[in-house]
Write a protein that binds this ligand. Sequence first.
Ligand code: NAD
Length: 359
Amino acid sequence: MSEAKNKPHIAVLAGDGIGPEVMQQALRVLHKVAPEVTYSHGLIGGAAYVKYQQHFPTATKKLINQVDAVLFGSVGGPIEATDSPQWLNCEVNSILALRNHLNLSVNVRPAKFYSSLANISPLKNHLFNACDEILIYRELLGDIYFGDKRSFKVDGQVVAEDVASYNEAQIKTIALQAFESAAQRSGKLTSVDKANVLETSRLWRQVFNQVAKDYPQVELSHMLVDNCAMQLILNPAQFDVIATANLFGDILSDAASALPGSLGMMPSASFNDKGFGLYEPSGGSAPDIANQDVANPMAQLLSLAMLLRHSLNKDAAASAIEQAIEQVLASGFRTLDISESTCQTLGTTAFTDQVLKQL
Ligand code: NAD
């Protein structure tokens, strides 16, 4: 996306839980495929709180303002400790604040189906085998998450309200990116909304129809979100690129990410309108498996591949990582989350060793 430089520099924000473990593996791979890329570590989340009593300290803000892209791990503590000062509002104060700070309004999550993992997917084999990859574009800074919120009493009853709102420009930003992507892929774009009920969805649909006029090569279809949830499970192969609003995208992208087999394989990228990108696994900090060398490093390695391709124009290095991972899976190596009795289960480090061998 941004101009490639001779010596690109990225920020590495490993965060909490499995974040530092999988980030360490991503940096081993980075040294191998693109040793010219330099990086600086920054603290974020609970790890930052320990040093600064802040989840998103000024030092990290300064760092991310000076780099070509951000490689992010994950943040957050164990669910049972969410009220302790280190973890209270950690996600809101760090990753959500970071997205706001960088104005990252478009989130892209690829759900890739690896043929060697057909048996661990919740899908029946014939449905799985028909799939290749689904790309979900989710608007990230509007909708019900960012509108006014309030609680008040009416006739002694507590009422809560969250306001959902979108303007045309917000919708156009994500529409343009989704159309561009669809034009470079199959030429098929599904816009998902709830236009039979919601005013924001009716505007969403209008803007998508307007943008479609500039992309005659893209076949745009509209689908209601409830139907889309069902279709993702019944017939995911019908989708190539999906574009949707913040709330619907949050839910649909998690559902889609489970179809290929595990959240631990799912990378994501978020962009602002200048093309600046932040890359992170779709999952969280997985405190239940942290510090055990069992986390799947694929999501972090594939997030690195997306960073190399989209922010540093290093397509060959990105493809090399993707192909190496595919080869490792085809050779019968797995991590615990995708283990199969006929395959060899490896830890985080040993799985990455196999990826490095392929590179
Ligand atoms: P989670 O995504 O961390 O974990 C859900 C399940 O997926 C767990 O069983 C976990 O072990 C598994 N999992 C996730 N990544 C994996 C990997 N790479 N390899 C193997 N298994 C993996 O979600 P959660 O348990 O609901 O939340 C844990 C913490 O993460 C919370 O503090 C939450 O706030 C935070 N969180 C952070 C982000 C982020 O940093 N962007 C996103 C979601 C949740």
